[in-house]
Design a protein. Sequence first.
Lengths: 318, 272, 440
Amino acid sequence: MDITRLRWSTQIVSFFVLLLGGTIGISLGFFLPTLSCPYVGQSRGGDCFLLNLQFNLAAADWVRYKVLGLHFLYFSLLIVILGRSWCGWICPFGFIQDVLDLIRRKLRIGYISFSERFRDRLRWIKWAFLFIALLVPLWVAFPFLAPEVAADLRQPFCQLCPARYVLPLVVGNPGEVAVNFKSATTITMTVLGLSLAIGTIIGAMVKRRFWCPYCPMGLLISLYRKISFIKLKKDCQKCTMCEVCYNVCPVEIKQVFKEREKEDVTFGDCILCLRCIEDCPEDGVLRADFLGKTVYRSTNKGFFQRKYNIPIKKNHDE
Amino acid sequence: MKWYAGIDAGSTYVKAVLIDSDKKIHGYKIAPTGIDVRNTAKILLNEICRDDGICFEDINTVMSTGYSRRQIDVAHENITEIKAHAAGALWTAPEGEKVRTIIDIGGQDSKVIVISEKGEVKNFVMNDKCAAGTGRFLEALARVLELSVVEIGPLSLKSKSPCRINSTCVVFAESEVISLLARGKKPMDIIAGVHRSLAKRISEMARKAGLESDILLAGGGGLNPGLVSAFEDELMMDVYVACNPQLNGAIGAALIAGNSNKPQPEARLKTD
Amino acid sequence: MNKEIKGRTDRNQLQGRIDRFARGIARSSEMVLTELEENPDRPNNLDYFIDLMRDVFVRNRWAERFMQYADNKKIIGIYCMMVPEEIIYAAGAIPVRFSGGSYEASCVGDEHVPRDTCPVVKASVGSMYMGYPSPCEICDVLIVPTTCDAKRKMGEELSRHKEVWMLEVPHIKDNEDSKRKWLQQLYGLKRNIEKYTGRGFIGSKIGRKELDASIRVIGRAQYEARRLYEIRKSPMPVVSGREAALVFNAYCYDTAPEWTKAISRLNDELETRCRNGFSVCKKDIPRILLAGCPSVFPNWKIPFLIEEMGAVIVADESCTGDRYLYDPVGVTEKTMTGMMTGIAARYLMPCVCPSFAPNEDRLYRLLQMSEEFGVDGIIYHVLKGCVIYDFELIRVEKTLKEKDIPVLRIETDYNPEDIEQLRTRIEAFVEMLVTKKTKT
């Protein structure tokens, strides 16, 4: 099974469905666990939950809060079923990053990887984003301090999110790529957001999935990983510690490579792109399980076939 | 009634044992190997048969073991001494005692064999490169002190302050003993030190093999009470010795011959 | 550490000695090869490897046979298994792995290195001084990884006679700084090789295409090696361990594409044997994993002894055995960074040579191999003077005890005089395994 081709196809289909599906009447809901940005406009086929979250939190209205609660349930259900493969296979912003990565590879430019220490030091960013998305709308709802500033911070994370500036542009709607001169607050936020967006795009051209380790949506999804139906598993005795899974991981997860005891290696940053399984050269060391049943496992013959174009010889007894 | 024979063809002595299918010993003989081990083995077997009143052809299986086991042409099969000693230990052990380690001090080699309760070999360590852990060591140093091999054991037990023998090589130990004599040390102290030195060397080997109690001392070394005592001191455990400890290997070989369930083979070579 | 290449001035005076030396090695090699040929059950396609070793060690025809494959007539000598052969092939040169295996060579080496050094190093030094087998004489540069003490000092010793590039292998693998340093070492090695093979200037460096091609070439060799590995797992052995060991030893002297073709034919033949149910051993023969120090050709003492005593070696964990070509290079992308990162990872991370500390990974490897091959017992081969393999024995014994697999320690060197003592021990061990097997 060519996972790479399957993944690209899924990503392309999702991109069209989520960003342009609205034109043919597709509407998947307001609670999607992916950066399917509503600012794309009428053509969108589904909404990122974060907008919903911030909008309803800022409403200070019990009815709205109940709706939010219901949407949160649907949101959670979608995460439990597909885990963070929403990030690896469906997210349109992830797709954009993968496309930029492909361009980089075609141009034969090398990639940057951060050292472990540096990566650890940046962990706080996604938590900061999440807290901005949760706490600031509450401040807007109950502005006990500086209400005029709060009024301009209705969807605070969305003002910073790079997807909000990039995705509409990609779909042909450049209107969002502009500084909002309404007030000092909005100027600050949009300038910050634009800088972040430009930085992310440039970053994605030299580092794989530049944005994903800092995404608050990704963080939310990763909180469900223990109960999600899709899990990444490892046979620790059989692993030869060849480090290929670490080198190929776009979000540079080291723990899958290093794990020597536990079977479950679905870590927080993992976007379940399954590249590690694809490139693992040993039989059955890494596998993806859906509800306990293996749907994809690493094979030695598959490795040689993909990497070295060695055709798998069919023996009489195979 | 079936008969089985075990021949332990060591480098210094050949030991032969005859047992029946009830595992009772009917006869045994020990003789120096000499230069023709084949002949010695043949003669020994024939003598045992004659003493017991049976023919050589009545013996169902002859199993050989020991260093020259492959040269014994009267034997039908052969096994290593490790296996033979392990089998013999279960039989030779005193009634009711569980033997887990066999220390075999032979003429030219020594071994430590650790067995399970069923008598299967769990681990073994051999010393067959250096004479300093073997009967040869005791023989050579007894000769320097002008004592016989039989005397040295009881004499060493009388010592109250054994000398320390530092040399690890037989030849150099001889020189050391001579210089100790010149310094006025008593032969009983020297010989006690010699025993101690051997026991120490073998004990180190035994610890590496993972020895467990109870310990059975087999081989010619078992005849030496001084050596038994030195081992007990060194290992800080009780060491058992069966009567006729040199026969342990041959008995084991005979027992294994008895278990091998082979039909009676054709008559082998006769002696002249 | 780039020394000037010294002239080989005193060679002519030693010519008589060298001739005798060559005859000695030829004799002992021929003995091993003849004994292998005496087995009527050997696979037909093993003859390629027997013939190859004969050309190298007996007939002294290595140059006639292999120089044609070197684009620029450059031979680079390597040691151990940490030197990336892909880079050497990409530069159009041929790597030859010199690990000393002959007793005569170790005697010569004895004059130059301490008495307690391991015989592999002694023999490597001896061969290099005498210039036999011929690649020792022809090669102009040696790459010596700084693995164990003996290898490091050997590198220094040999640098008095040939150009030696020391490749610093980090002893602690699990460290980002070490990995970065290792990658830099490899880039440095790449530059050195480019200069040595005349590719120093822009336009003639080792480019992406060449490196990709050589990764593929060696990848195919690794694929075939893996096939042989899988074949030897079969419950009824179709090839004996002493024959399979020759295949990997031959890789040291052969070029990867030719070797791949030969082993591919061998694998096809062995797979046919599997299908037809043809086996070279009787049922319930004890299956042995040979672990520890390598048995380097022509030192076939241990493989011959073990199989003479009624067991079969189904797997060889040493660095000239199954471990040599086991791990493939996983290239993440075809950029130079991607390929060099992949190569660096492959030659460092999965390597379980005990020169690395900690070396827990080796225990996992041994456990996994014991399970996969249905191993009854492990014979742990320690060469005299090798502290690092001996050090790991205790943990290996303990770990395998939990799986109820006994381990026998055999300490020896290249001297054939201790065969009888080894025989008794191995025979007793095999007896133990047979008893165990028939009881269960």
